[in-house]
Structure formats: structure tokens, C-alpha cells
Design a protein around this ligand. Sequence first.
Ligand code: MG
Length: 160
Amino acid sequence: MPRVGLGYDSHRFVSGRPLVLGGVPVAYEFGLAGHSDADAVLHAVIDALLGAAGLGDIGEHFPDRDERYRDADSAALTTHTVGLVRATGLGVVNCDVTIVTEQPKLGPYKQAMRDRIAHLLRVEPARVNVKAKTNETMGWIGQGEGLAVLAVVLLDETAG
Ligand code: MG
């Protein structure tokens, strides 16, 4: 029986930090505030993975009060999460991501994010999709305070 999981994350833009989305460095004047590297895309993917597998949420596995996760590489957290999921006998069928932000424009980075996320999830890039859109200038996203990410993952039993 396939299992679906939903992930959501949001982070505030701040000066003085690099912007990393989907494990890919993105050129922008702001980065994202956060305890880890604040990669909101991978955080949403991690929560979708955990949700589909019935394994709780990112805060339970990687607490933001834990010094081990200060400036943590979210790619490493994703790899760890995929290991937890696979240990339950489940593997990723596909993953779909929507990033909502006014700036920066992410079109030039979508393929690289797709490739990187697919590598982390141990699937072909064709099984990962990354979409980017604005919030039509409305609200906190529209005013450029931060960005939000939604992710959906489908899992199914692995052959081995
Ligand atoms: Mg986060």
C-alpha cells in the first residue's frame, strides 16, 4: 500500500547567511535565518518523508535546541531521514516540491535542485519535481520577509 506525506516549512530572510535551497547554493543578497543551514526545501522534504513513513516530524528527530544541529547540513539530515524510511521497508516513489517566494527568481536553479534532491532520495531525477512561484506580492511572502515551501512524497514498499 503506497503512503503519502506532506511537508511544509518557512524561514525568514536575513543578511549575512548564504542561501541554500534543495541543497543548492542560490545567489541572493539574503540567506535564511535558522538553527541549521535553514534549507527550507530540504526541511519540507524531510517532513514529507517522515509523514509518509509515520515517523513523526523534523523537530523530534533534529531538535533546534540541540547544538549538534547548529548550522547543520540539511543534505546530511535528509540522507539520515532516507535511511530511517528505508529501514521501515519503504522507498521513495516520487517527490513534488513548491517553493513560494517573490525573490530571488529560482528558474535557473530548479534543475540543479531536482538533481540534488533525487540524489539524496536515491531516485532518478524524473521522480522529483521542483516548482517555484510568487505569492503575487501578498502578505509576508509578498513583502519579501521570507519564503515558504510545500513538499509531497509518495512512498511504497521496496523490492529489497
Ligand atoms: Mg526549517
